[in-house]
Design a protein around this ligand. Sequence first.
Ligand code: UD1
Ligand code: CA
Length: 467
Amino acid sequence: MGAMTVQPLACVILAAGGGTRMKSSTPKPLHEVCGRPMIEHVLDTVERLGSDPTVVVVGVGAGLIREAVSGRATDCEQAEQLGTGHAVLCAMPELQGFEGDVLVTCADVPLVTEETLRALVEQHQAEDAAASVLTTEVPDPTGYGRLVREPSGAVAAIVEHRDATEEQRAIREINAGIYVFRMDALAAALDQLRPDNDQGELYLTDAIGILVGAGRPVAAVKTADCAEVMGINNRIQLAEAERIARDRIRERHMLAGVTLLDPPSTFIDARVTIGTDTVIGPGCQLIGATNVGSSCEIRSHVVLRSATVGDGVLLRDHTVIEDSAVGDEAQVGPFSLVRGNSTVGRGCKLGSSAEMNRSHLGDGSKMQHFSYLGDATVGEDVNIGAGAITCNYDGVDKHPTTIEDGVFIGSDTILVAPVTIGREAYTAAGSVITHDVPPGALAIERTDQRTIDGWAERVRIRREQKQ
Ligand code: UD1
Ligand code: CA
């Protein structure tokens, strides 16, 4: 992407607030947009800008947020939420000795793009500003801080909605809550913040007016896409962000060569990858750490949750793959469930209403109709007949089943684990297999058939006698 920033760039992400308007026991920064916590979206974006160090200010739900950002950012605690300015003050010790520009952003503005942040930083540096604030015009500015300008157009100050006059409330250019400060200007302005506002807090927004008052150059960078900088304060805004982010994700995949037959009904999470020429039908969900290969056909209502799908795979309608992998050219479904770290080998055919749990199906094996494999390791080119199942659970423990290469499991075979079926062996239809079967053998376990001639006639006579 664009040129590297001229100055070193640090970043402070504000994430200590209570998020009271979410009405949730989950801290706001951990609410998910497209399957990824908001704070991680923000971290992804600032990492791409080359931010170093990145400091996350934590407070409410500190433990959980720390865990979410660990290894990617340093954190500092704001024990009491005394305002956005106070939050940045808490981060200053972590920036000790840093010289350059500091990008300040919020964990609750997850949609802002790398391009927009880069434009903010670049314009800030080009203008040699002490501080720059990202703004946008919105149709309904209620709740946001307003950017007040001089008649000349120069930035004067930011006024919070609750502190604004009627006249100021009519301003539709709002503060996105994202700023770049020169390190020395930030330190000087924070020193002068006072809690003289409706909430009695230290507002970071006041730093803008303070720097203007001190005669320092302050810039506002206005972005055209107001959806991008929306702040998430309640669940309606969360749903709106989700909708916008999903649209973007779908567009990205379509531009990269994926066909979506009904984009609005297709849910694709942020981290999902999909190869070219894959076709995805209506109502599918690709969730979590899911990776799909190229030239796959994914029919309707398929759910892939942390699934790995190879190339040329056919997933028929209503198939669910969870924490499991399907090899190249395999076919699964309809109505099948593969879960619990299972693997379906290359070219396998898993038919309708099949379930696999903690099991492995070797390359080229088939299990076409109504079967269950639990804790089973199945070799290559095995055929598993209709309705065959493993009994892997005895009510207390789970036991393994091993089916070696080339085995033929007859329809309705019950495999009582632990049990091993040797290479190229057969089990007869309807057998309950409780003992190992050696390679090449046939295991048959069922009573001989009795055939009673004339049975229907006997029933007919009894029925007539009753009348
Ligand atoms: C803030 C801005 C407002 C801007 C809006 C954009 C201030 C005073 N107001 O308002 O001008 O239009 O964002 O979305 O900055 N936080 C802390 N510690 C605190 C308070 C807040 O870390 O003591 C964090 C929150 O977790 C959140 C962010 O700062 O991530 C913003 O706080 P929030 O209360 O949502 O501010 P807004 O009212 O949205
Ligand atoms: Ca907010």
